[in-house]
Design a protein around this ligand. Structure first.
Ligand code: PMP
Length: 422
């Protein structure tokens, strides 16, 4: 399909052009001119509101958290805890105490591996992950299983890229301790049936961790409706700051997590020598060291920004844009989409016959189109598909049809350039 044939049908829900005005980098940044930023699954740009909250965190309320009695320290503490409460609302948690600030989704998953699974995993037990997991939701389980003599089992995929639950009869066996799956795949753009998976797992007394790194910015995520035990995500993929993430844990599960980091703030009483120490209550117990107030304030501002746009509209906008892009890309000769029909998350991975994905990304870059090429930290998935690398375009709230047109144009040029489009 020629780029010109694309219409402006999408974006009925969101005014992307107006939204772009909220993002300084996209309007006035050194790279703004002609930029089509389509690498949102890697990281997203930040609205001014998030930056303002970070600056306020330093200029208005910066001080030690949970450590001072003077008004500034109390204001800092209050802002930090308000941020936690805003984020608890954002994901529908029963209480802010179910949220632990981490550095990232990666750290959140590692905390569960070392602090909850580690102490209860025995030789012969099983952890299940899916074949589409990001390395962050694969390597921690691989190591803990190796250390404990347990087995890391893989939920395979059907031909159209979905979890092959029908052919995984051992998933709910008595040996299974935890199932760890992504909500949305960072390569296939598929949304997994996590509500049903959690219900089935719980019926068998099995815990579930959901990696929501790729879903929180796309759609409403409600941890109580999902029914998961743990859920992990990062601020930087949902228009928030880099360097901060969250671990959600249902109250009774989180209470069982042993701290990964020990130090200040997470302990009530420290005895001398070998005397046992008494940990603080949650969530402080899992947040050793000085908290990141500006990061938390920026994170909460990002949640507020998304809520202000209406997350259902965001979801519709991204789904429409993805569908439009999938149709346009699918019509290009030699272009193969990895995304199965019907997957509507804002992620499209693809290959083009005769061209290396890095060449595609390079030509796209010359058109101002920022896409990613590589294994996307999902080597088990790519290996199973017989691929070493794929190109990936991923959409955000500020993208519209013009970005898709630029991508299509770039890919057509890449084909011509490499001698296949004459
Ligand atoms: N899971 C998925 C599905 C991801 O896409 C990513 C980031 N690419 C992560 C986990 C890890 O996120 P972070 O690097 O922010 O910890």
């Amino acid at each position: 399909m020629p780029a010109a044939a694309l219409t402006g049908e999408v974006a009925q829900g969101l005014e992307s052009a107006r939204i772009r005005q909220d993002f300084p980098l996209l309007c006035r940044g050194a790279h703004a001119q002609g930029l089509h930023y389509l690498d949102n699954a890697a990281t997203t740009q930040k609205p001014q509101r998030v930056m303002d909250a970070i600056v306020d965190g330093y200029t208005q309320e910066y001080g030690p958290i949970h450590r001072g009695l003077y008004p500034l320290a109390e204001a800092a503490t209050s802002r930090y805890e308000q941020s936690r409460a805003t984020l608890a609302d954002f994901i529908g948690a029963a209480s802010p105490d179910e949220l632990v600030f981490t550095r990232s989704a990666t750290e959140a998953i590692n905390m569960v591996a070392s602090g909850w699974v580690g102490p209860r995993l025995r030789a012969g037990d099983r952890i299940w992950v899916s074949r589409m997991e990001h390395h962050a939701n694969y390597l921690p389980w691989q190591r803990i299983c190796r250390e404990r003599g347990a087995q890391l089992c893989i939920i395979g995929l059907t031909d159209d890229g979905r979890l092959d639950l029908a052919n995984t009869p051992q998933l709910f066996a008595p040996e299974t301790r935890l199932i760890a799956v992504c909500h949305v795949s960072n390569v296939l753009g598929i949304e997994n049936p996590i509500h049903q998976l959690c219900a089935d797992a719980h019926a068998h007394g099995i815990a579930v961790l959901v990696d929501a790194a790729q879903s929180v910015s796309h759609q409403p995520v409600d941890v109580q409706a999902i029914g998961c035990d743990f859920l992990a995500f990062s601020a930087h993929k949902m228009y928030g700051p880099a360097g901060i993430g969250l671990l959600y844990g249902r109250a009774e599960r989180l209470a069982e997590v042993e701290p990964l980091l020990l130090g200040g703030g997470m302990v009530d009483e420290v005895g001398e020598g070998m005397a046992a120490s008494r940990w603080a209550d949650l969530p402080a117990r899992l947040e050793a060291g000085s908290p990141n107030l500006p990061g938390a304030a920026g994170f909460a501002a990002a949640a507020g920004y998304l809520d202000g746009l209406d997350r259902r509209r965001v979801q519709r906008h991204l789904a429409d844009l993805t569908r439009t892009a999938a149709e346009a890309l699918g019509a290009l000769p030699g272009l193969r989409l990895l995304q199965p029909p019907g997957a509507s998350a804002a992620i499209l991975s693809f290959t083009m016959d005769g061209l290396h994905p890095h060449d595609l990304a390079q030509v796209a870059a010359e058109h101002g189109v920022a896409i990613r090429a590589g294994h996307h930290c999902a080597q088990p998935l790519l290996r199973s598909l017989g691929l070493a690398a794929v190109a990936r375009a991923s959409f955000g709230i500020y993208n519209d049809v013009a970005d898709v047109e630029a991508l299509v144009q770039a890919l057509e040029d890449a084909r011509r350039l490499f001698g296949q489009g004459a």
